[in-house]
Design a protein around this ligand. Structure first.
Ligand SMILES: *Cc1c(COP(=O)(O)O)cnc(C)c1O
Length: 393
């Protein structure tokens, strides 16, 4: 044991020496545009709370209501005695919203992606995955026996090459897996091109739309709707724009969802979502479908924020998504800038290797619909001051 703990402490020390230790700040109140953090009100520019629903009174009321009439916990997996009317209602509602036959709930999208591939694909099959896909897709693919192919992020020539290779290798079925939005950059997957290539080579298309569902496309139906493209299978989360609590899902053809209910391991061997979360998810979808005003506010905020940072001289990644990365280069600079902003009352997170490539460290700011123009002006002033203070402006 003591040798083992010495080894673990060495690992921790190495993380610290590399300047890569992640520190968790304590929030003592609800998630929102402003958060109470260690005795201070901070402007919060790094939540996935895109539509500002995380503390919405209707969601809180829906959760309270379900606590009262459906209880607190399920104490069961779904197939033993963990399926309430609410679970089926939410699955049907999500499927209808996303334009698929049916959907299946998981404890998180991490579990949805972790459980998706293994039941659907065998050793005769192939998965072709974008190199910047979310960790949960990477892990889900590792757990399945299909042959694995990878293409450089959004590189359509490389995707085509991998499709040709998979076909030449004799693949029975091929599934292309991609994030709808790449979360470190805010770039959208090139779904029209990917769909066209999938059709040319007879492949299936799976899209993880965690950073899009609720606000991209008409009624917030996600990146496939944004591009007018049909994905065969979509995964997503209730933990971002749809209220921000937790819960994941897979939506797709009836037979796929039916087989996942029989075989997806994180579904079969993990507890059912609590009713308060499920009921609030239903209310979130009601709100989100009608939330054109919030979506307009979100994108107005994103363009104001981008323009303000660009005018100030910061290097940004191009785009229109509410993820706005401020490129800083070295990890220590991103850390120093985030710390300086913290002192100025702005909470942001620095991202660096291994989450992003070496030398591409950044502060990933994220807009949401609850931020006011005053908030954004306050944030811009703080960024300019911090930029001068750490020497990037
Ligand atoms: C956040 C995220 C997940 C994980 O979702 P959870 O529901 O929090 O587990 C999976 N994929 C992508 C692309 C994400 O951004």
């Amino acid at each position: 044991m003591s040798e083992f703990l010495d080894h673990i402490r060495n690992e921790l020390a190495a993380i610290e020496t590399a300047g890569m230790t992640k520190h968790e700040r304590l929030i003592s109140g609800p998630q929102g545009a402003h958060v109470a953090m260690e005795g201070r009100q901070m402007l919060n520019l790094c939540a996935n709370n895109y539509l500002g629903l995380a503390d919405h009174p209707d969601l809180i009321a829906a959760a309270h209501g379900a606590l009262n009439d459906h209880g607190f916990g399920m104490a069961s997996v779904r197939f033993i005695c963990g399926t309430q009317d609410l679970h089926r209602q939410l699955e049907a509602r999500l499927a209808g919203y996303l334009g698929h036959d049916d959907s299946i709930l998981f404890a998180a999208c991490f579990d949805a992606n972790g459980g998706l591939f293994e039941p659907l694909l065998g050793p005769e099959d192939a998965v072709i995955s974008d190199s910047l896909n979310h960790a949960s897709i990477i892990d889900g693919i590792r757990l399945c026996k299909a042959r694995r192919y990878r293409y450089a992020n959004s590189d359509m020539a490389d995707l085509e090459l991998q499709l040709q290779t998979a076909r030449a290798d004799g693949a029975r079925f091929i599934m292309i897996a991609t994030d709808g939005v790449f979360s470190m950059d805010g770039y959208l997957a090139k779904l029209p091109e990917i769909r066209a290539l999938a059709d040319t080579y007879g492949a299936l298309l799976m899209v993880d739309d965690c950073h899009a569902t609720g606000f991209m496309g008409p009624q917030g139906r996600g990146t496939p709707a944004h591009f007018g493209v049909q994905a065969d299978i979509v995964t997503g989360t209730l933990g971002k724009a749809l209220g921000g609590a937790l819960g994941g899902y897979i939506a797709g053809p009836q037979a796929v969802i039916d087989l996942l209910r029989q075989r997806a391991r994180p579904y079969l061997f993990s507890n059912a979502l609590p009713p308060a979360i499920v009921a609030a998810g239903l209310t979130a979808l009601d709100l989100v479908e009608r939330a054109d005003d919030l979506r307009a506010q979100l994108f107005a905020n994103a363009s104001y924020w981008r323009a303000g940072l660009a005018d100030a001289g910061f290097e940004l990644l191009p785009g229109a998504h509410p993820i706005v990365p401020v490129m800083l280069g070295e990890a220590r600079l991103a850390q120093a800038m985030a710390a300086d902003l913290g002192k100025r009352g702005v909470h942001v997170a620095g991202f660096f290797f291994p989450v992003v490539p070496k030398g591409r460290a950044r502060i990933r700011t994220q807009m949401n619909a609850a931020l006011t123009r005053d908030d954004l002006d306050f944030g811009l002033e703080a960024f300019v001051a911090a930029g001068h203070s750490v020497g990037v402006l």
